[in-house]
Design a binder for this molecule. Structure first.
Ligand code: 6PG
Length: 254
């Protein structure tokens, strides 16, 4: 079954965050009811900060059963957890320090370690969390991420899957290290198979600076080597893009 893709254009960045918060809450309620757990992979960068802050405040904060939430990351920079560039640090400051996720349910990528070491350790932790010691991820409830939050760079990257990187073709490993054309360059990232085993891949894209790339990714020729965001197509799940009018300005089909 191919992924169902839909694009939700919201009038402003604030509206994007409110719509995204509704999506996260709905997914959390559904997953907790179905399997007693909600496994979410958080995105880094600047865009999701406002979403995380929103989720930690009324009315959203009271609608999530935080004790059932397991937090993962789609990627991490090769920096310590207290570094300003750390995706974990950002999520902890904006969300995790405000809600009652059990410490043992916060599955941090250890950016302070050498990236290949951190990647191997994180894959072990993911495989244990999803009871899949070997082989490919299983797109089944309880054995996969329920929601993967993703951003998109203005070069078409997502997570830390960057254009023309060999890791784009990785189909066996769930987590890999890479050295990318961004700051900081050392990265650890989920690979496409893990993201594509998720129930829902939720992209958040805001701002005019992303408009040209968003049109290439959503409406241009398929070229995932140049546009890694095009790799995201859950095999038994959905892709939802929540974008603001500025980012959607060059789209012709929305
Ligand atoms: C990261 C993110 C990355 C991010 C995009 C968009 O670690 O930086 O995972 O994939 O989502 O670069 O970043 P902005 O939201 O800051 O534009």
């Amino acid at each position: 079954m191919s992924a169902i893709v839909d694009v939700d254009v919201q009038p402003s960045a604030d509206a994007v965050m409110r719509a995204a918060a509704e999506q996260v809450v709905d997914a959390a309620v559904g997953a907790a009811r179905a399997s007693g757990r909600f496994a979410i992979a958080l995105a880094g960068g600047a865009t999701p900060r406002q979403l995380y802050t929103l989720l930690a405040t009324p009315p959203y904060v009271a609608r999530v059963e935080w004790r059932a939430v397991h937090v993962f990351w789609g990627d991490e920079r090769g920096v310590p957890p207290d570094d300003p560039a750390s995706n974990y640090r950002m999520a902890r400051a904006t969300l995790l320090a405000q809600v009652s996720v059990a410490p043992e349910h916060v599955h941090r990528i250890h950016g302070e370690e050498a990236p290949p070491v951190a990647a191997t350790a994180y894959e072990r932790e993911l495989r244990a969390a999803f009871a899949t010691p070997t082989g490919p991820p299983r797109p089944l409830a309880g054995a996969r991420l329920d929601l993967v939050l993703l951003g998109m760079g203005d070069n078409g990257h997502t997570a830390s899957l960057f254009p023309h990187s060999p890791v784009l073709d990785e189909r066996q490993r769930w987590v890999v290290a890479d050295h990318v054309d961004a700051t900081p360059p050392a990265r650890v990232t989920l690979t496409a198979p893990v993201i594509n085993a998720a129930a829902l891949a939720l992209f958040l894209v805001v701002g005019a600076a992303k408009a040209a790339m968003l049109r290439r990714v959503l409406e241009g020729p398929r070229d995932p080597a140049a546009l890694p965001a095009q790799l995201v197509a859950p095999t038994n799940g959905r892709v939802r893009w929540i974008v603001d009018a500025a980012a959607a300005a060059q789209l012709t089909k929305c």
